[in-house]
Ligand binder design. Structure first.
Ligand code: LIP
Length: 281
């Protein structure tokens, strides 16, 4: 179900949701930062043997859920590790307790807590993001956005880059965890690489989206994003003046997400459509 304007929180409510998302992301970030052991162990794997879950993923999501039970008891919660707990208010919190888990596992400084707040069905095809926060754990900086209220990085306003040709664009992307999907993604990358300035594979979709919003990437695309990868970063890009979409007129989602200045996104969408980048073979 897609929200109608009457379903949306008012400006003061959005401001409060944004402030709480900021608090939750920073609080979970402190837990992850202070609790990181010298050597991180894999607690389990998901879609493949290289799709890990650590004890801290689980602990961070439990921490976020406890704070939401305290502050927003009637809202729904959708988390990467513990799934959907429906609510009664029409608002759902969409959580990635550690986005960039492989980077966390290896100690590479690019992983984040992503806290999105959406109205309507918690599905990118139907939801309306209204607030969000992405906290970079290694750097200690926090990106936030509120619907109609702009996007900031530690309180400083964000704006996507001016549109530019693909040939001069720095393009972020990421890859899936299964051999089948990675095989086709490699073919797409081989076709795209000669046509762009360069590629960056950072390993956290939420941070990739925030880098587009701050202009340290011109544009970003990835096939396979889950709702929790997308919910907060999508709004940060949109409130920084960018466009977030899928291919073939579809909204952003698991098939494909493309984010950046509108004209650059249009050019990249055309190339990716021609390469069938929203499919696995
Ligand atoms: C990650 C995404 C990233 C993608 C990785 C992984 P996770 O999320 O943020 O963009 O390329 O394969 O899916 O699994 O670390 O929460």
């Amino acid at each position: 179900m897609t929200a109608t304007p009457a379903d949306l929180p008012d400006a003061d409510q959005i401001r409060a949701l944004r402030e709480l998302a900021d608090h939750l992301a920073r609080s979970a970030g402190s837990l992850v930062r202070e609790g990181r052991p010298e050597r991180v162990a894999v607690a389990a794997t998901k879609s493949s043997e290289v799709d890990p879950v650590t004890a801290m993923d689980l602990a961070a999501e439990a921490h976020l859920r406890a704070l939401l039970a305290e502050h927003r008891p009637g809202d729904g919660v959708l988390g990467e590790e513990d799934g959907l707990q429906p609510g009664s208010t029409g608002i759902t919190w969409v959580l990635d307790p550690i986005d960039g888990t492989v980077n966390y596992l290896y100690g590479l400084p690019a992983y984040a807590i992503s806290v999105g707040v959406v109205v309507g069905e918690p599905d990118p095809a139907h939801w309306t993001p209204v607030a969000g926060a992405v906290h970079s754990v290694p750097l200690g900086v926090t990106y936030t956005a509120g619907r109609g209220q702009g996007a900031t990085k530690d309180g400083v306003a964000l704006r996507v880059n001016e549109p530019r040709s693909l040939a001069t664009s720095l393009v972020g992307t990421g890859f899936g965890y299964t051999v089948e999907r990675r095989t086709h993604q490699a073919r797409v990358l081989a076709e795209l690489l000669p046509r762009v300035r360069d590629i960056r594979r950072i390993g956290s979709a939420a941070l990739d989206l925030c880098r587009v919003a701050e202009g340290s990437l011109d544009v970003y695309f990835e096939r396979g994003l889950n709702p929790w990868d997308l919910a907060a970063g999508q709004l940060v890009v949109q409130e920084a003046g960018g466009t977030v979409t899928g291919l073939r007129g579809a909204p952003a989602g698991v098939a494909m997400t493309v984010a950046g200045p509108s004209a650059t996104v249009s050019d990249l969408v055309a190339v990716l459509t021609g390469l069938d980048a929203d499919r696995d073979a």
